[in-house]
Design a protein around this ligand. Structure first.
Ligand SMILES: [Zn+2]
Length: 265
């Protein structure tokens, strides 16, 4: 079972490589500029570099490091002790165990409004359902219990203007515990429902260990978390929901190659 799931995840993780858009380029340049102003020497920063992340892809925010656009890493060095992610000569991301991935509870924090343009609740539900359609063994379940595997909450001002949402990668066989939504994204624009849904599917994908399909084009390093091209999948997939630099995208379903993971179940 574990092996099966591993191969499933691999297939989705590295579907592609060669998308390059003006938007990506712009976002990268912005990040580089911000890094020059922000990044300070710190043991956690050393740890991230040791993990193989590229300095230009690391942004220091007040509460966490933001890596590769939308991945959160704790600023507490103790969180990096006894974490499997550092022990593996991994060929892929740290993954959620088979037993955990079949039922991952998701709680929507009260910081997400229940009405108005900042209400993402419908789209969070849709994203949960979307994942259940792509693969029988990946299931998120909405819960009213705040002690959930994943909590979706407002970023409370912590994310930059050009980051619509953020998540992280799994650790210790558990999905990443938090998804932040930037309710003031892009000068508080009214975010279309399809964009909310796209980004929620994308961030939940990160929570279970998927990295950006177009990671090479974005200048993201392999890192110790790994990134392997999967046999049978192409070198590029412009339609993959896991492409990075896609904050404005509208949900249009999983791409064929995203969806191909269901064939391996
Ligand atoms: Zn992302």
């Amino acid at each position: 079972m574990n092996f099966n799931f591993f191969s499933i995840m691999l297939k989705l993780v590295i579907i592609a490589v060669i998308t390059f858009s003006l938007q990506n380029c712009t976002m990268e340049n912005e990040m580089e500029h911000e890094n020059e102003l922000q990044l300070k020497d710190n043991p956690v920063l050393d740890k991230l570099l040791e993990m193989g992340f590229i300095k230009e892809q690391i942004l220091e925010l007040d509460d966490f490091y933001l890596v590769e656009g939308d991945l959160m890493f704790s600023k507490n060095i103790k969180d990096y002790e006894n974490n499997e992610i550092f022990d593996k000569q991994a060929s892929t991301n740290n993954l959620v165990s088979q037993s955990n991935v079949t039922s991952m509870s998701v709680f929507i924090d009260s910081s997400i409004p229940t009405s108005g343009t900042d209400n993402w609740r419908t789209e969070i539900n849709q994203a949960i359902n979307d994942w259940s359609t792509v693969n029988n063994c990946i299931n998120f379940v909405l819960t009213t219990n705040s002690d959930a595997d994943i909590v979706v909450r407002s970023d409370n001002g912590s994310l930059r203007n050009n980051t619509i949402a953020s998540a992280g990668w799994p650790s210790n066989n558990q999905p990443h515990h938090t998804v932040l939504i930037n309710l003031d994204f892009w000068n508080n624009m009214i975010v279309p429902t399809g964009t909310k849904r796209y980004n929620m599917v994308h961030e939940l994908g990160h929570c279970i260990g998927l990295r950006h399909t177009n990671w090479v084009a974005l200048g993201e390093g392999t890192g110790n978390v790994g990134a392997n091209l999967i046999a049978g999948t192409p070198n590029g997939d412009n339609n993959s929901v896991m492409n990075g630099g896609t904050a404005f995208s509208l949900w249009n379903g999983f791409s064929n190659f995203d969806g191909s993971i269901s064939l391996t179940v």
